[in-house]
Design a protein around this ligand. Structure first.
Ligand code: AHR
Length: 503
C-alpha cells in the first residue's frame, strides 16, 4: 500500500482553464471522416450525411475546438477542391496517407459538423506545397461576409454567414522530413512570418499557430523552435507541440510515466519561446497550442498499416485504428493532468484524433458507434475542469523508469471554479501492484462535500472496448472518497485514473 498526501488551496493558481484545451482533431485520414463522422447511407445519418450517433458521442465527449483537415494531409490539399457542388469536386490522390480523396466531405460539411457538435473550427493552412496567396484565399472565403468573388462563392455554396474562423495553423509539422514541403527552420519561419502578416492584413482577428517540433525527439528539437520564432515571433500567437506515446517492449512503468515527458516537453518549449522573447525585447508572450497529443502505437502503422504502390490508392482505408486499453486510458488521463498543470501557457490543445483514427470514438460502417477507454478521462475532465487550474502540493513515493529516470508514483492537478463553487481533483496512481491511500488537505476550500468520485481501473489493464464488447470498460464510482473535517481520503487502485468532484 502506497501513502500519499495532497494539499489543495484555491490560492495556488496556475491559470484559467481555457475551453480550447479540450480540442480535438479531424483529419482526412483513414476512416476519420468517411465512415466516421460522415456516412450518408448509415441509418443514423442526418440530412447532411453526418452520423447522429457520432454527433451525440462527440457532444458527450465535450470537445471545443476541432482542428481540420490535417495533419500531414493538409500539405497536399487544395481547399478549393472541397467546396461547391459535390459532383464537380475532383478526386485526388492523397500522398500523405497514400489514399484516394473524393472530396465528398469538405469545408462546408465540416462547418455543419462543428455547428452540430457545438464546437469551434480550427483550420490548418497548406504551407507545404502552397503559399501565402492560397492561404489568403481560404481566409477570405471563410471569414469575409460578402462582396468579393471568393466570399460570394461561399454564399453561393450555401453558407451566408462567414465561418468566422479564428485559429489557423500555419502549416503542419514542417520540421518533419515526411512532410510535403518540409524545409529548414529559418526558411519556414520566414514563410510563416510573411503568411501571418498577410493574413492579419486581411483579418486582424486571426489567431495564428506556428509549427513547433513534431515531437521532442526530433534532432532539431529546441533549435527548431528558437529559429522559427526568431523569424516569426512578432507575427504569431501560438507555437505548436505534438506528442504521441506508446508502451514499448512491455515497459509499462515508463509508459505510465509519459506525462512526465509531456511536462518536460512543455517546459522546454516555454523556456525556448521566452528566450526568444528576451532576445527580441518583446512585451508579448507566445502560448502553446498542443494541437496533437495522444497514445498512438506508431510502430504498428509503420509495420502493418502503411499503404504503398502506384496502383494502390484505397478510399478511406482502415488506418491507425488503435484499440485502447485501461492502461492507455490512465495515460490519457495523466496527459490531461499535464496539460492542466501548465494552463498558464498551454491555452489550446487537440486530442488527435476524434473518430476511428487513434480516436476516443469508433464506428462500424452501417453499424454502431462506441466509446474507447480513452473517451472517459477526456469527457470527465472536460466536464469537471472549470475555472482555474491549481497546483497541488503532492508528497508521493517514486519509482525508477527506464525512459524518464525517477518519477512520482502519483500525479495530480486540481481546478477550482469560484463561480459555481466546484473543485475537481484529478489523480493517477502509476503503481502496477499497489493501491494508494491519498490524504487530501482541503482546509483552503472551506466546507465541501464529495459530489462524485469516478475511477478507471481494471484487474486486467489490457481490457478494452471492442465492436463485440462495447462496454467492457467504463468508469466506476469510487466509494472510498470521503471527507472527514478538512481531510478528503481516497483509495486509488493500481494503474488507475480518478476524478473527484467537490462542492
Ligand atoms: O495524427 C496523425 C498524424 O500525426 C498527423 O497527420 C501528423 O501531423 C502527425 O505526424
Amino acid at each position: 500500500m502506497i501513502s500519499a498526501h495532497l494539499t489543495i488551496d484555491p490560492h495556488f493558481q496556475v491559470g484559467p482553464v481555457r475551453r480550447r484545451v479540450f480540442g480535438s482533431f479531424v483529419e482526412h485520414l483513414g476512416r476519420c471522416v468517411y465512415d466516421g463522422i460522415y456516412e450518408p447511407g448509415h441509418p443514423a445519418a442526418d440530412e447532411d450525411g453526418l452520423r447522429q450517433d457520432v454527433v451525440d458521442l462527440v457532444r458527450e465527449l465535450g470537445v471545443s475546438t476541432i482542428r481540420y483537415p490535417g495533419g500531414n494531409f493538409v500539405s497536399g490539399f487544395r481547399w478549393e477542391d472541397s467546396v461547391g457542388p459535390r459532383e464537380e469536386r475532383p478526386t485526388r490522390l492523397d500522398l500523405a496517407w497514400h489514399s484516394t480523396e473524393t472530396n465528398a466531405f469538405g469545408l462546408h460539411e465540416f462547418g455543419s459538423f462543428v455547428d452540430k457538435v457545438g464546437g469551434e473550427m480550427m483550420l490548418a493552412l497548406n504551407l507545404g506545397t502552397r503559399g501565402t496567396l492560397e492561404a489568403l484565399d481560404l481566409v477570405e472565403y471563410a471569414n469575409v461576409r460578402a462582396g468579393s468573388t471568393l466570399a460570394d462563392r461561399r454564399v453561393a455554396n450555401g453558407r451566408t454567414e462567414p465561418f468566422d474562423v479564428r485559429m489557423w495553423c500555419l502549416g503542419n509539422e514542417m520540421d518533419g522530413p515526411w512532410q510535403l514541403g518540409h524545409r529548414s527552420a529559418t526558411d519556414y519561419g520566414k514563410l510563416a512570418s510573411q503568411a501571418a502578416k498577410a493574413l492579419r492584413q486581411l483579418d486582424e482577428r486571426v489567431e495564428l499557430v506556428v509549427c513547433g517540433s513534431s515531437n521532442a525527439h526530433m534532432p532539431t528539437f529546441g533549435t527548431w523552435e528558437r529559429d522559427v520564432l526568431l523569424e516569426s515571433y512578432d507575427d504569431v500567437d501560438y507555437i505548436s507541440c505534438h506528442a504521441y506515446y506508446q508502451e514499448r517492449d512491455g515497459d509499462l512503468g515508463s509508459f505510465l510515466a509519459s506525462p512526465v515527458d509531456m511536462d518536460r516537453f512543455i517546459e522546454t518549449v516555454v523556456a525556448t519561446a521566452d528566450h526568444v522573447k528576451a532576445v527580441k525585447r518583446s512585451e508579448k508572450t507566445i502560448d502553446i497550442s498542443f494541437d496533437e497529443w495522444n497514445v498512438w502505437y506508431q510502430d504498428r502503422y509503420r509495420d502493418v498499416d502503411k499503404i504503398e504502390g502506384i496502383e494502390n490508392w484505397p478510399q478511406a482505408p482502415r488506418l491507425l485504428e488503435d484499440v485502447y486499453s485501461v492502461a492507455d486510458a490512465v495515460v490519457v488521463g495523466g496527459l490531461l493532468i499535464s496539460l492542466l498543470k501548465h494552463a498558464d501557457r498551454v491555452t489550446a490543445a487537440s486530442l488527435a484524433q476524434l473518430v476511428n483514427v487513434i480516436a476516443p470514438i469508433m464506428t462500424e460502417p452501417g453499424g454502431p458507434a462506441w466509446r474507447q477507454t480513452t473517451f472517459f478521462p477526456f469527457a470527465i475532465t472536460s466536464e469537471l475542469a472549470t475555472g482555474t487550474a491549481l497546483e497541488v502540493k503532492l508528497e508521493s513515493p517514486s519509482y525508477e523508469t527506464a525512459l524518464y529516470g525517477e518519477v512520482p508514483q502519483l500525479d495530480a492537478v486540481a481546478t477550482h471554479d469560484a463561480e459555481t463553487g466546484r473543485t475537481a481533483v484529478f489523480v493517477v496512481n502509476r503503481s502496477q501492484t499497489e493501491e494508494a491511500t491519498v490524504e487530501i488537505d482541503v482546509t483552503g476550500l472551506g466546507a465541501v462535500a464529495v459530489r462524485s468520485a469516478r475511477t478507471i481501473s481494471d484487474d486486467d489493464v489490457t481490457a478494452a472496448n471492442t465492436l463485440e464488447d462495447r462496454e467492457r470498460v467504463t468508469p466506476h464510482e469510487n466509494d472510498s472518497a470521503v471527507i472527514d473535517g478538512t481531510t478528503l481520503m481516497v483509495t486509488l487502485p493500481p494503474v488507475s485514473w480518478t476524478a473527484i468532484e467537490l462542492g
